[in-house]
Design a binder for this molecule. Sequence first.
Ligand SMILES: C[S@@+](CC[C@H](N)C(=O)[O-])C[C@H]1O[C@@H](n2cnc3c(N)ncnc32)[C@H](O)[C@@H]1O
Length: 195
Amino acid sequence: MTTRWSGTEAPRGDDYDARFDRLAASGVDVHGEATCVERLLATRGISRGRILDAGCGTGRVAIELARRGHSVVGVDLDPSMLDAARRKAPELDWRAADLSGLHLDARFDAVVLAGNVMIFVAAGSEARVLERVAAHLAANGLVIAGFQLGRGLDLIDYDEAADANALHAVAAYSTWDGAPFVDGGDYVVRVHEKP
Ligand SMILES: C[S@@+](CC[C@H](N)C(=O)[O-])C[C@H]1O[C@@H](n2cnc3c(N)ncnc32)[C@H](O)[C@@H]1O
């Protein structure tokens, strides 16, 4: 399947990471996603979670979560992104797979779709991706997705796809550090739960 990511000229691999390296060097906290996932798991009493980094890219979120003691699996379709993840953390579990056809023999406390993954999957595959993600959640597991609004996927459509897969909305933020979402905002971190 052709993803919208495959049609972009976005930097790949080490060039993708270079932007985050520059931000980190200038003092910016580049691990807001990992901190958000940890905070949400903590509200469920989970301090060492099983986490799927869905559309993991170069693995920057999964690697940070593993460093903090979580068990992680990273899945991505772009070999140049996954190669960078494997080079940086060969000891972690990286899988080359399309999220819209994902079948892992594992269940997770949380699935994180960071860095706009949901607007880069193939157009029209969003509900199928959420169906596959939901199928890999443990009971009370969380789907945590951060994406820009107005770039092919709006919150109402995302929520409809989640609803169709029996996922219940539990929170919406405008940033990974938990600022409340306001209508008309251009970025959302949406959290759903599998009851
Ligand atoms: C902007 S990158 C984000 C990478 C990483 N999550 C991050 O936050 O740094 C988007 C990633 O989504 C992946 N992706 C898009 N559609 C996908 C699909 N259907 N299955 C697996 N990965 C997908 C792309 O290959 C790309 O690595």
